[in-house]
Every structure is written in structure tokens, then in C-alpha cells.
Write a protein that binds this ligand. Structure first.
Ligand code: MN
Length: 286
């Protein structure tokens, strides 16, 4: 099976060990690609979650095995820990199973751009100064809908009107927008200060490419996440970095293979035309 080749692939916020992780899609994506360098840009294994409750299904293993296999077959694999896998930070400078651990690192693109690779949580003041608040925050996010249900049952019981979750979320989104903007700004400043041409990060689960312009000193790339968006940044041989929807890409490749197989069957069909079952069987394949 031919694989898509990239010069470099960047993924972040996989959150393996949490039930939100789209590990099946991720394992498929990694199976369909080949790259010279693979950067894991933080929050790869969600130790915060695993310490609360052990959750490690087989498909999460498949992702880890796939990454180690890529390392064995010659891909340079670099892990830049994030806040959810901060336990790996003391091991920076070491290498495990072919995976190099670095607090942050430099990647030079084929067109000569010097990119700072960092998870980005050190620029998130909420995470830095109130870690507890941030843990409560992610717990609340997961349970918000459930809480809202019981909250409103209680309100109804005492005759109070329904409290709208969607309105609260809309209000939250407004502040979230400025939060995202401030995060991007902090990373752009840091990269510019360090003399880099751009930054590649994760952390805020918002895939984004913002090229340098009159107002923006350097390029900003955010890998997104593998909980909702299933995105990856891929660098082509000419140095262009694109954002890909990993899950959609895998579907597309499978579809291509299916139609290729169907076409092969069709060219063979004149000989085994005799069988009345051959045509519907081809339709139903896969
Ligand atoms: Mn993070």
C-alpha cells in the first residue's frame, strides 16, 4: 500500500489515555503516512487523566506502537512535552525507543524558515499560575452538559425558569476568542524575540495557520488536536506547510483504494461474467 510522503509531520494534543482521544483515526492516519521527521508537539499522553482514572484501550496502544515503528524505520521522532505530559519534561535531552525528548526545539523547513517548536502552555497564564483552576476547568467542560441537566431539574423543582446552557456557552465563546488571540500573540512575540521565522505549537486545540505579514512578525502554526479536529500540519518537500484533516484524509485514501479495486475487478469481469453474483458482490465489498 503506497503511503503519503511528507518532509515533516506535526501533531499535538493527542490526549492518549483520555476517552476523548480519537485513537482509531490517529492510528490509521499514522499508518497511511511516511515522513522524515515526526514532531509530537505536547499533550501526547494525558497523565492528568490517567492519574485520576486508568484508561488505556487497545487502540491507544496501536498509536504508540505505530509511532515506535516509524522511529525504528528511520523517521526522526521528537516529543516536546506539554502540560498534560509534563512528567516527561525532566527527561528532556534523553531518547526512549528512538523518541527524542526536548523541552522545545528548532525545525528548519526546506525553504529555510527556522521554526520554534513548543507546546505553548508556558504562555497560558491560567495554566501557569492556577494549575488547579485549569484542572477544574477541563473537568467542568466534560461535565457541563450533565451538570446543566441536573441543575435545571433542580431549578424546575423550585419553580425557577430554565437556564440556557447555549447562552452561557455563547458568552464564553466571546471571551474564548480574545483568549485565543492573546495566546497567538504571546507565541508570535516569543518566536520573534528568539529570532525565529515562525512558531509551531498546540495546546489551545485550535488548528490554525497565520502567515507573517505587515502586522504579524513571524508565521504562526497550531497543530489543532485529536479530540475534535483530528488535524495535523504537514510539510511538503518544497517547505510548504499545510493543515490536513487526518480523519478525512484516511477516508479519502480508503475510497481511492476501493475504486481502484473496483476498476481492476471490472477489467477482469468479461471472463467471469457467467456468475450472476459477481456484480453485486463487487458493490458490497468492504
Ligand atoms: Mn496543553
Amino acid at each position: 500500500m503506497p503511503k503519503l510522503h511528507y518532509r515533516a509531520v506535526f501533531v499535538s494534543d493527542l490526549h492518549l489515555g483520555s476517552n476523548g482521544c480519537r485513537a482509531g483515526e490517529l492510528a490509521s492516519f499514522l499508518k497511511h503516512i511516511k515522513c522524515d521527521s515526526l514532531y509530537l508537539v505536547g499533550d501526547v499522553i494525558d497523565m492528568w487523566r490517567l492519574r485520576q482514572r486508568w484508561y488505556w484501550p487497545e487502540k491507544h496502544n496501536r498509536v504508540v506502537q505505530r509511532i515506535l515503528k516509524m522511529a525504528r524505520k528511520g523517521t526522526r521522532v521528537v516529543l516536546v512535552p506539554g502540560n498534560h505530559d509534563e512528567h516527561a519534561r525532566p527527561y528532556a535531552g534523553l531518547s526512549f525507543g528512538g523518541v527524542d525528548i526536548k523541552l522545545e526545539t528548532l525545525h528548519t523547513t526546506a525553504d529555510g524558515r527556522r521554526m520554534l517548536i513548543t507546546h505553548g502552555d508556558q504562555f497560558d497564564l491560567v495554566v501557569k499560575h492556577a494549575r488547579l483552576l485549569s484542572i477544574i476547568g477541563s473537568w467542568a467542560y466534560d461535565n457541563l452538559v450533565r451538570i446543566n441537566h441536573y441543575y435545571n431539574l433542580g431549578r424546575r423543582a423550585i419553580g425557577m425558569p430554565y437556564w440556557s446552557l447555549s447562552q452561557a456557552v455563547k458568552d464564553k465563546v466571546k471571551s474564548a476568542c480574545s483568549y485565543v488571540a492573546r495566546f497567538e500573540e504571546a507565541l508570535l512575540d516569543e518566536a520573534a524575540r528568539g529570532g525565529y521565522d515562525g512558531v509551531i505549537c498546540g495546546h489551545i486545540h485550535k488548528a490554525q495557520i497565520l502567515r507573517a505579514d505587515d502586522e504579524r512578525p513571524v508565521d504562526y502554526y497550531n497543530c489543532g488536536d485529536w479530540i475534535e479536529s483530528c488535524t495535523a500540519l504537514v510539510e511538503h518537500d518544497d517547505g510548504t506547510i499545510r493543515l490536513v484533516d487526518g480523519a478525512a484524509l484516511v477516508e479519502q485514501l480508503k475510497e481511492q483504494r476501493r475504486s481502484l479495486r473496483a476498476a481492476t475487478r471490472k477489467t477482469r469481469s468479461p471472463q467471469d461474467n457467467a456468475s450472476p453474483h459477481s456484480a453485486p458482490a463487487a458493490e458490497a465489498a468492504d
